[in-house]
Design a protein around this ligand. Structure first.
Ligand code: UN1
Length: 494
């Protein structure tokens, strides 16, 4: 068992509370991975002071240089990919293939961020007056508070922290308390690569103990949060009172449409991966299958057979396909929704119970579950479950499929399987979601494309791609008048 610390100004620190919390393996709850400081507002204050004191130097480091350091972070992550993936599987539960993918997403994000250090484009535009030039460029903002979830312990922190740093901001980072070990390794690597010590600070603890003080701290200018819509709204309210810049990446109720002309085996591969990959614990997970009635029986027959054959267990075992849920609380949530589904008249077609066979008895396993006879208004078709539960809705036209898909307060990811190019283009246009996949599952976003959703999935910002660099920087507009005389806009040129 390892003892981990907060890292503030490059120094390992105990929390001022003196208290610690444990990080356990959800596949085997007897295994304690490490203990971490249970921090509070005082620790946040120290971290913010550290970050603030570094800002004036860091903002003046040329962006290409900041990008070069992030490139080095990518190199170190590449060298340590397997080791970090194994640690992540132990603390988070998802299978090795996926934790390797999670680290790879961090590596890709690093190399993309390094290239953005040489772009960070502004604009120029002609002036309406002679001998005058108009330009706009991007400037650092200040201190960013980064609050990340447990389902992508490496990828999501890198999505947020790399652009924050390349744009010239300093960082106070609170990782999810379910996955603090991967985050601790990540911060060590940032410092090893050459990020100046006070520029990045990590404070471990709970949402109440650390997250809320970060959101409320007057010296934090930017908040980037991924998590539930419920928490996102409280952050928007609290941060909004101080007019902070806030990016929220929240819930999803993603659906895959399968039309009657789809390649059935391709669509099957897609829904299995989308619904049960990461044990359904992705914001982008497929939690609704909207299936055309003409192929319903054939498709469901194959889907049930393949779902029941999925191998559950400890993700360190290469044959395992589905790991545990993150903790007991999350398994209780899944259980609660399964009960609600049954009460509302949906029919359990497979799963619907804990998996307790063999080694699974030691962790929080739940059998991949499929509900049939689901109508779009049912609770299990409306609320985010964040577990291995798929609700199947039967439709008989494209219009019906799209309207079922759009019948949601969320709008993150979506997918349609069809061979009809017209149907595909209508879906691209009419589906209400930030991301739409054509003939691919709802998961699998790439780091250099904008990532985010509409409706209650967020507040309009995007992570990933070039757009996140706009979020983490401020626009400065500059007018250069080289006429040598007073020129009054809107007046002297009329
Ligand atoms: C998330 O679930 O919060 O597209 C992020 C995907 C991954 C990222 C998911 N690349 O599923």
């Amino acid at each position: 068992m390892d003892k981990y610390y907060n890292v503030i100004g490059g120094e390992r620190r105990e929390s001022s509370t003196g208290e610690r919390f444990e990080n356990r393996n959800p596949a085997n709850w007897d295994e304690v991975i490490g203990t971490f400081p249970r921090s509070n507002e005082e620790d946040v204050n120290t971290a913010v002071e550290s970050a603030r004191s570094a800002f004036n130097n860091w903002r003046l480091v040329p962006a290409p240089k900041r990008g070069e350091i992030i490139k080095k972070v990518g190199d170190i992550l590449s060298g340590r990919k397997e080791e970090i993936a194994r640690l992540m599987t132990r603390e988070m539960g998802k299978v090795l293939d996926e934790t390797r993918g999670d680290v790879q997403e961090g590596i890709d994000t690093a190399y993309y961020a390094a290239s953005e250090g040489r772009r960070l484009f502004g604009h120029n535009a002609p002036s309406e007056l002679p001998n005058k030039m108009n330009i706009s460029f991007r400037q650092p903002i200040g201190v960013a508070g980064i609050i990340s979830p447990w389902n992508f312990p490496m990828a999501i922190p890198t999505w947020k922290i790399f652009p924050a740093l390349v744009c010239g901001n300093c960082v106070v980072f609170k990782p999810a308390s379910d996955t603090p070990a991967t985050a601790a390794v990540f911060v060590d690597i940032l410092l090893e690569a050459g990020i100046p010590p006070k520029v990045v600070n990590i404070v471990h603890g709970t949402g109440n103990g650390v997250g809320i003080p970060i959101v409320n701290h007057p010296d934090i200018n930017i908040i980037s949060f991924t998590g539930s819509s419920k928490v996102g709204k409280t952050i928007a309210e609290a941060g909004g009172r101080q007019l902070k810049r806030i990016s929220l990446e929240l819930g999803g109720k993603n659906a895959q449409i399968v039309m009657d002309d789809a390649y059935i085996d391709l669509a099957l591969d897609g829904v299995l991966w989308g619904a049960f990959g990461t044990t359904g614990q992705r914001c982008t997970a497929t939690s609704r299958l909207i299936l055309h009635e003409a192929i319903y029986d054939e498709f469901m027959d194959k889907l049930l057979k393949r779902t029941q054959a999925l191998k559950l267990g400890n993700g360190l075992n290469e044959e395992v396909q589905v790991g545990p849920l993150i903790n007991e609380g999350q398994r209780n949530v899944v259980e609660k929704y399964v009960e609600i589904g049954k009460k509302e008249g949906a029919k359990i077609l497979c799963g619907g119970e804990h998996e307790t066979d063999g080694e699974c008895a030691k962790g929080f396993f739940y059998k991949p579950t499929i509900f049939g006879d689901v109508t779009p208004g049912m609770t299990i078709a409306q609320e985010e479950i964040f577990g291995p539960v798929l609700s199947v809705i039967k439709i008989n036209s494209l219009d019906e499929a799209i309207s079922a898909l759009n019948d949601s307060i969320y709008g993150l990811s979506s997918s349609i399987y069809t061979q009809d190019v017209n149907a595909a283009f209508r879906a691209m246009r009419d589906i209400e979601a930030g991301i739409t996949y054509i003939n691919g599952p709802t998961i699998g976003a790439e780091c250099h494309m904008p990532f985010g959703g509409v409706k209650e999935t967020g507040n309009g910002h995007r992570e990933g791609g070039w757009e996140v660099y706009e979020f983490f920087s401020e626009t400065k507009t500059v007018y250069v008048d080289f006429s040598g005389k007073l020129q009054r806009a809107q007046i002297d040129n009329r």
